[in-house]
Ligand binder design. Structure first.
Ligand code: AOS
Ligand code: ZN
Ligand code: ZN
Length: 388
């Protein structure tokens, strides 16, 4: 069995990107509950994200969503982030809240609307040039609700053409990351429903096109760690959107619903080289905190990822490989489960203490008074929501 001391230095390179939208108000189709202290601007979202990083050391960057986080001066925004101790990360495009996109965006049959959707992505790349962001992440709401509503193949052909135009605009160090999702908001056919479709488009585009795996975007029972393995094997796992789900795309705190699944995913990441020093896999959260406080929700999330990473690193891979080679079915399974069942919480508290971080970031946040301060300060103005 590997010891915690053997893996503590490897934990030091963990970096989890936070989504700006996690700090705004969000909800279901039934109700969006407001909360005290919710940011009224992008700068305030960055300030909240910086709290998560200051208390955990795990979240050095923040993903932006355009147009929700559009500002006049992105260079200045980058400096604001830097002053707060974080940096701007992935730029997410948004073609799902404009009336023009009712029947699609990059797949739209109307060339005018498709060109508008492409132009939006080109604007996102302009922003990346200023922020220094590496990744343009594309999630499309495109799809159809009724058989016959659209020509499935025609939509794929137009998507390929649109993606090509966007890809050609990228700089040498930038990447296009294409996210898939099997349903919602379309309920009959989604245009990028699965990793195979995303991968096919990426392979056609070129080396800098990668797949984004959102853990909430699969049918129940899907073996997600198999997909992780396969994408790493193909060199096309660009990023994760971590969250957890009980039913559909619930966007709950990662590791809350099924910690064992998170462990299995992270083990395949590690085994496949996705956690190596030179790995370019981006680890992001894509979550909404509808009823719980948002900053503690993000703190809990990054701690959950760290905890399962630690347990996955503890797997004795030499012994596991040997058990697999010998056909020792239960022995191999036992090696994996020994690591999964190892309680690393006390070791991680000490790990944090050794690095000048609070041993208990959740308690430290409450004790800091930050929540009371923002509740008092951020009165008036419009609270940022999921979409504002
Ligand atoms: C939507 O289901 C996807 O997970 C996207 O990543 C989306 O951009 C994100 O949830 C923010 O709305
Ligand atoms: Zn996502
Ligand atoms: Zn989603």
């Amino acid at each position: 069995m590997t010891n915690f001391s053997d893996i503590s230095s490897e934990l030091g390179r963990q970096a989890i990107e936070l989504p700006s939208w996690a700090f705004g108000n969000s909800g279901t189709r039934f109700k969006v509950f407001g909360s005290e202290g919710t940011p009224r601007s992008v700068e305030e979202k960055l300030a909240d994200a910086a709290q998560v990083h200051a208390l955990t050391g795990l979240a050095p960057s923040v993903a932006l969503h355009i147009p929700w986080d559009r500002v006049d001066d992105f260079d200045k925004l980058g400096r604001v982030a830097e002053d707060l101790g974080v940096r701007l990360g992935t730029i997410n495009s948004n073609t799902f809240q404009d009336d023009d996109y009712r029947l699609g965006s990059l797949t739209h049959v109307d060339e005018r609307i498709r060109a508008k959707a492409v132009a939006h992505h080109l604007e996102c790349v302009d922003i990346m040039d200023v922020t220094g962001s590496r990744d343009l992440k594309i999630w499309l709401a495109d799809g159809t609700n009724y058989p016959g509503q659209g020509d499935l193949r025609g939509r794929q052909d137009r998507l390929a053409d649109s993606l090509r135009q966007i890809y050609e605009r990228l700089g040498d160090h930038q990447r296009l990351v294409l996210e898939y999702k099997f349903f919602e908001p379309a309920f009959y056919a989604t245009d990028v429903p699965d990793w195979g479709t995303s991968l096919l488009h990426c392979l056609a585009l070129g080396d800098r096109a990668m797949v984004c795996l959102d853990t909430g975007h699969h049918a129940p029972g899907t073996n997600i760690e198999f997909i992780v393995m396969q994408l790493l094997r193909a060199g096309r796992l660009g990023s994760f959107d971590f969250n957890s789900r009980f039913y559909a795309d619930d966007d709950l705190i990662v590791g809350a619903a099924d910690p064992f699944q998170l462990f299995r995913i992270l083990f395949e990441v590690i085994r496949g080289g996705g956690y190596d020093e030179d790995s370019e896999v981006a680890f992001m959260l894509d979550q909404c905190h509808n009823v719980e406080d948002k900053i503690p929700g993000q703190i809990r999330s990054v701690l959950n990822v760290q905890e399962m990473t630690a347990r996955a690193l503890l797997v004795d891979r030499v012994a596991l490989a040997e058990a697999e080679r010998l056909g020792d079915v239960l022995g191999a399974n036992g090696i994996l489960m020994d690591a999964f069942y190892t309680d690393v919480r006390a070791d991680l508290a000490q790990w944090r203490g050794d690095r000048g971080l609070p041993t208990d970031p959740m308690a430290a946040y409450i004790a800091s008074g930050y929540q009371d301060q923002i509740a008092a300060d951020r009165i008036g103005g419009t609270q940022a929501g999921w979409g504002a």
